[in-house]
Design a protein around this ligand. Structure first.
Ligand code: BGP
Length: 483
């Protein structure tokens, strides 16, 4: 074997990602029903997002209602993605646009028409769609009627939605992700937007009342729904490829004390491996049985569920990667925030304004960690930096974003050289979108700037950031020229 550095594979899928609830807007247009994101009021890093089941626009501002109006501007947006050279675009299909209440027998044709148009536009530029079927867009009706995924009936409603998409987009979409960040339900923060679970007493997104029995029942229902979707999808079109999507919370022990190392292993099992093991290996891992028993957690598993999970495993592994955290048995150590959960502060890393620690080397570590365990192709389906951009005379200079992405891509290249089968990269985000955790527009991730502020003010015009041109060059050189 030669020791020359391995390049990015020739057909590497470079692109970008968004999610319907953060980008589309048009929340009540063409028959769309409200989804759970539409009930989330704008907040900030310090002010939690209120959840209001009765949507009251006269009193509150709900950023998803207008999003960045991708619904009406998708042609312009896709042309910009094509200009960057995207080979893949990760998007989600909004459930409540297709089944406004979630319970209908027939889909909403106007909703499907929108996605017909969007896929036609992608095809025009030869951009491969990567579709997330469920990305926080549960019809609000299912939340109020059956408490979301806590109810097993949700599996059938979801499958009707998935089947509609499989039949309609057979031959158009090949790559499917049944659930975004399915492991978010291993934390209390996942209750609302991942599980559609609103326990009594919850008033905002950051301080949710948790009921672990219900939460793990919901997660189990999602595992079963995902496996059934895989089996059904492959029956409809055997060339479909399905991927898990894990919010990868890479954890380090804060010190080399064996207690910290053990704690880091346990956290990794609970947060990352558990959901990956169920979806890729098709089995509930041994350590979770003990975790449930020790924590007195129980939820119903019906006969046949484990067999479906075993047979309906996915083909590839995808994950989001923004930061890493440390854990320790010590008390009173400095803390940082992070995606879905924070942890102890790592003295070797810097953090963003939102206190998410930046760790490019951790990405190489994570890629090896995952590949070593599963040996399936991997895509990084979210990675990026939330930052404030300054708009001056039509220009946005964002060297911090270029630096962040460049360092992460360098580590991807090293991981490929380590032998990891990395097949794609869709950074978060293709274009500025509404932030989930804070509801702000000011926490920007995109290559394309959208004129819209935290109160929804702005003309929504699009502008190319410096990172847009930089990424265009990265793609054109297949990751060789990182600037
Ligand atoms: C992930 C979600 C995305 C996205 C991202 C960044 O968990 O899948 O939808 O929003 O986090 O988080 P935030 O928007 O809170 O900055």
């Amino acid at each position: 074997m030669g020791a020359e550095r391995k390049p990015f594979p020739k057909n590497f899928l470079w692109g970008g990602a968004t999610a319907a609830n953060q980008v589309e807007g048009a929340w009540d247009v063409d028959g769309k029903g409200p989804d759970l994101s539409d009930a989330m009021v704008a907040g900030s890093h310090t002010q939690p997002r209120k959840i209001t089941l009765d949507i009251d626009e006269s009193q509150y501002f709900y950023p998803s209602h207008r999003g960045v109006d991708h619904y009406h501007r998708y042609k312009e947006d896709i042309a910009l993605f094509a200009e960057m050279g995207f080979r893949v675009y990760r998007l989600s299909i909004c459930w409540s646009r297709i089944f406004p209440k979630g319970t209908e027998k027939e889909p909403n044709e106007a909703g499907l028409k929108f996605y017909d148009g969007l896929f036609a536009e992608l095809k025009k530029y030869n951009i491969e769609p990567l579709v997330t079927i469920y990305h926080n867009e549960m019809p609000l009706n299912l939340v109020t009627e059956i408490n979301g995924w806590a109810d097993r009936k949700c599996i059938d409603y979801y499958l009707r939605f998935a089947e509609t998409l499989f039949r309609r987009y057979k031959g158009i979409v090949k790559y499917w992700i049944p659930f975004n960040e399915i492991n978010d339900l291993t934390t209390g923060v996942g209750n609302w937007n991942h599980g559609g679970l609103l326990n009594e007493g919850t008033v905002d997104f950051s301080n949710q009342v948790d009921d672990p029995d219900k939460r793990y029942a919901a997660l189990h229902h999602q595992f079963v729904a995902s496996a059934k979707a895989v089996l059904l999808g492959k029956e409809i079109d055997p060339s479909f490829q399905f991927g898990t999507m894990i919010c990868h919370i890479t954890v380090y022990p804060l010190t080399c004390s064996p207690e910290d190392v053990l704690l880091a292993q346990q956290e990794d099992q609970l947060r990352n491996r558990f959901s990956g093991d169920v979806q890729v290996k098709g089995e509930y891992p041994y350590y979770m049985e003990r975790y449930f028993a020790r924590n007195h957690i129980s939820f119903p598993v019906e006969p046949g569920d484990l067999d479906v999970i075993r047979r309906g495993h996915v083909d590839f592994y995808t994950f989001s990667y923004y930061m890493t955290n440390c854990v320790t048995v010590q008390k009173d150590v400095a803390q940082v925030s992070g995606n879905i959960m924070g942890g102890a502060k790592n003295p070797y890393l810097k953090a963003t304004e939102w206190n998410w620690q930046i760790d490019p080397v951790g990405l190489r570590y994570t890629l090896n960690h995952i590949y070593d365990r599963y040996h399936v192709p991997i895509m990084i389906t979210e990675n990026g930096i939330g930052a404030r951009d300054t708009f001056e005379n039509g220009k946005i200079h964002d060297p911090y974003r270029i630096e962040y992405l460049k360092q992460h891509i360098e580590q991807m290249r090293l991981a490929i050289d380590d032998g990891v089968d990395l097949i794609g990269y869709t950074p978060w985000t293709a274009i500025d979108v509404v932030s989930v955790s804070t509801g702000e527009m000011g926490k920007r991730y995109g290559f394309v700037y959208v004129d819209c502020d935290d109160r929804g003010e702005g003309d929504l015009c699009r502008y190319r950031k410096d990172s847009f041109y930089w990424y265009q060059k990265v793609i054109a050189t297949n990751g060789e020229d990182l600037g």
